[in-house]
Design a protein around this ligand. Structure first.
Ligand code: ATP
Ligand code: MG
Length: 284
């Protein structure tokens, strides 16, 4: 029998259904180019449809969200990276001079997201995105916007300013010091921060922000059985293979660490600010 739904999941946001015609490719391509460009400028979901990728309802919600901080806690393979690649492209195309930073636990993983962004820019073509400089780790558009793929080490990513968008992919696997290093980059620019991941235990900043970050964040969570591209039979077989870890990989659940002696909730409930310590703490 599967575990009861976590209280966090019960409270998760379910995006409203999107009218199909809102993102229909045929409609977008039939528009004259200026109107089409305007339509895509105002609606990133149309930019996705422009390259034949019709967003799922939640993906359209994510693309259209104007929240400054977004937490995306989703199953494997539902399309987190593909959607944020479109969002990063949209930000760069329609915000002259924008700096977009793509980060993940390792440079190789940031590179995977960066490749998706480059592919998206290429698919959109020069009508949308005129690439000025194309390097292994960054792209610069004619409008001065830049997209950088960065390694997952706090000490090597400092120094950017005027940042319009930071995407932290696989955020549950990213070390806290990277989060500490990138978050202040948005202090002056007022740029956006998107953390996307499949959960990885009750630890780290992704879990903390999801469970304790409050109203400062917009949240979205999509399980594998809500994704139309993942067959139910495949999921049934995965459930058999993975056992309890299925709920983490496909069910968006933050599980207690397998090596933990006590449940996270029990440890939290045992903490109290009202009790006096038995021994005074000597500060030298
Ligand atoms: N709306 C869509 N329509 C068609 N295909 C899609 C859509 N969204 C995502 N896909 C496809 O689904 C696959 C998984 O997408 P993606 O890599 O973005 O998922 P992910 O959630 O980032 O996966 P992972 O958890 O492994 O990082 C890709 O082949 C992608 O092109
Ligand atoms: Mg991904």
């Amino acid at each position: 029998m599967s575990a009861p739904p976590s209280p966090l999941l019960a409270a998760r946001y379910t995006p409203p259904p999107l009218p199909r015609e809102a993102t229909a490719v045929a409609r977008v391509s039939a528009l004259p180019s200026v109107t089409r460009d305007l339509a895509c400028a105002f609606d990133p979901a149309r930019l996705s449809a422009q390259v034949g990728l019709i967003p799922d309802d939640w993906q359209a919600w994510l693309l259209r969200s104007t929240a400054r901080q977004l937490l995306v806690n989703c199953s494997r393979q539902v399309g987190k990276s593909e959607t944020t690649a479109t969002l990063a492209s949209h930000t760069a195309i329609y915000t002259p001079g924008a700096v977009v930073l793509l980060l993940s636990p390792s440079l190789r993983q940031s590179g995977l997201l960066f490749q998706k962004v480059k592919r998206r820019l290429h698919e959109l073509g020069r009508d949308f995105a005129e690439v000025d400089q194309d390097n292994a780790l960054s792209v610069r558009l004619r409008n001065g916007a830049e997209i950088h793929s960065l390694p997952g080490k706090g000490e090597t990513v400092r120094g950017f300013s005027g940042v319009a968008l930071i995407v932290l992919d696989e955020a549950a696997f990213v070390a806290d010091d990277l989060y500490t290093a990138v978050s202040p980059m948005l202090a002056v620019s007022g740029g956006r921060l998107i953390l996307l991941s499949t959960p990885f235990g009750k630890r780290g900043f992704f879990f903390r922000e999801w469970s304790e970050g409050g109203d400062a964040w917009a949240r979205i969570s999509i399980t594998a059985d809500e994704c139309p591209r993942i067959p139910a039979a495949f999921l049934a077989e995965e459930r058999r293979k993975l056992g309890p870890l299925y709920d983490q990989e496909y069910g968006c659940q933050f599980l207690d660490l397998l090596t933990a002696v006590f449940r996270h909730e029990d440890v939290r409930e045992a903490l109290s600010n009202d009790l006096q310590p038995l021994f005074a703490l000597e500060v030298p």
